[in-house]
Design a protein around this ligand. Structure first.
Ligand code: NAD
Length: 424
């Protein structure tokens, strides 16, 4: 354990990133980080807690709690989403900011990592209350965000409508147009073409590289996808359009399987009409657990975290796991997959397509030069393919898992930037 190997004394033990420490512990034997390097990485650079008032429709004012954590910005302005969730904690925000830092570094885009959010159940607010909450939160953190400081984006329970309010509030405060302060905006306000399906497409581009490495042809594979929201549904659609056979999909109500392959456009229509993929004609209903252990070659978790764990890992039959969700695999399951020689393409690489197109959005805003979809997709492909090959090469060289290789590459890049700045 790093802490045992390196006696460290922090002025602010409270602020240590526990996830970061545990991930770095795993990397220790590969990277041999020095004490200075560890100290620099295991705490966020800046961490804000804000309390702000929101007027409710009843006329009463209620105080809310919000966070913003800028984990590291050695490689560029911090970049990370805003989450509205009733159980959000500063620890969660810090862990997610650390992951964002690694994600931006592994795909080599010029951003650091951050995350933020408000402790709230947005479903309990009216549209006007949600807007006032968003604006009040932005007023509370407005001095600390900006196109060259820290750039928010959507995350759980926040969407492009909320990004539009963020943009408007920030521009009112600054008194000038500043579209690059936030990404994931509606196209009419400076959003990028291709952004809404970029996470899924980015994942499929790396998956196709993985298939090439294993000499697997697309006609040979059966694919199962957990989650049929923005990421899962777009992944199913794109895979289907590219001629892959998707045999199983699921949502929070359950899953469906058809060994001959699902007609994904028809499943999408069925979900739109009925609210779920369940009971789709010509398929068999299954549970989410059955989907994860189904007889597929490629498994794509695209819903929640910790879905692949010590209870089901041994029963997973897939040869490749593509982590489109954030943190869908526990450490225990990771170890089982390594033993079974299952290729796991880690979240910080597999789902980085969204932040890559956010980078394009920011760049288009700063240059006031808007790209056609073809250009966005071509540039996305180049970055995703290069990143996959960088990680894969390191994984071969070091004889380690793809996750370890991805973390290693990201950490090396961040430390190199710190060194160039004279911070190490
Ligand atoms: P979403 O809310 O649009 O969709 C989530 C889907 O998961 C829904 O279909 C929901 O029914 C399903 N689901 C919920 N509980 C489930 C359960 N117990 N079993 C199976 N399915 C369940 O969210 P999203 O934007 O598609 O994000 C999915 C995952 O991808 C999350 O982990 C998110 O953090 C990650 N991610 C998203 C993006 C992005 O650009 N949207 C980028 C990076 C990572």
């Amino acid at each position: 354990m790093i802490i045992r190997n390196h006696e460290r004394i922090h002025a602010d033990e409270e602020n240590l990133c526990k996830k970061c420490i545990s991930e770095l512990e795993d990397l220790y034997s590969y990277l041999e980080l020095s004490r200075e390097e560890l100290d620099l990485l295991d705490m966020p650079r800046r961490s804000f807690t804000v309390h702000f008032p929101v007027q409710l429709d009843s006329g009463k004012t209620k105080m809310f709690l919000g966070y913003r954590v800028q984990y590291n910005d050695a490689r560029g302005p911090a970049k990370g989403g805003i989450r509205f969730h009733p159980e959000l904690t500063l620890d969660d925000v810090r862990d997610l900011a650390f992951l964002m830092t690694l994600k931006c570094a592994v795909v080599n885009i010029p951003f650091g990592g951050s995350k933020g959010g408000v402790v709230v159940n947005p479903k309990e607010l009216s549209r006007h209350e949600l807007e006032r909450l968003t604006r009040s939160y932005i007023r509370a953190i407005s001095d600390y965000i900006g196109p060259y400081k820290d750039i928010p984006a959507p995350d759980v329970y926040t969407d492009e409508k909320i990004m539009a309010w963020i943009l408007d509030e920030y521009e009112r405060i600054k008194g000038e147009h500043t579209p690059a302060v936030v990404t994931g905006k509606p196209i009419e306000l400076g959003g990028s073409k291709g952004r809404n399906y970029s996470t899924s497409l980015g994942g499929i581009l790396v998956l196709e590289e993985a298939l090439k490495k294993r000499s697997i042809r697309k006609q040979e594979v059966n694919i199962a996808i957990q989650g049929f929201g923005n990421v899962g549904e777009n992944a199913a659609r794109i895979l289907h359009e590219r001629g892959y056979k998707v045999i199983a999909v699921s949502d929070s109500k359950g899953g469906i399987i058809a060994e001959g392959g699902l007609d994904i456009p028809a499943v999408m229509k069925h979900k739109e009409q009925s609210g779920s993929v369940v009971d789709f004609a010509g398929s068999k209903n299954i549970t989410n657990d059955e989907l994860l252990t189904s007889d597929c070659d490629i498994l794509i978790p695209a819903a929640l975290s910790e879905q692949l764990n010590e209870k089901n890992a041994a029963d997973v039959k897939a040869k490749i796991v593509l982590e489109l969700a954030n943190a869908p695999t526990t450490i225990e399951a990771d170890n089982v997959f390594s033993d079974k020689k299952i290729m796991l393409i880690p979240d910080i690489l597999a789902n980085a397509g969204g932040v890559v197109v956010s980078y394009f959005e920011w760049s288009q805003n700063l240059n006031n030069d808007y790209w056609e979809e073809d250009k966005v997709l071509e540039k996305l492909e180049k970055i995703m393919v290069t990143s996959f090959n960088d990680v894969h090469a390191l994984c071969q060289e070091e004889n380690c898992s793809m996750r370890t290789a991805a973390y290693q590459l990201a950490v090396k890049r961040i430390l190199y930037a710190e060194r160039l700045r004279g911070n190490l």
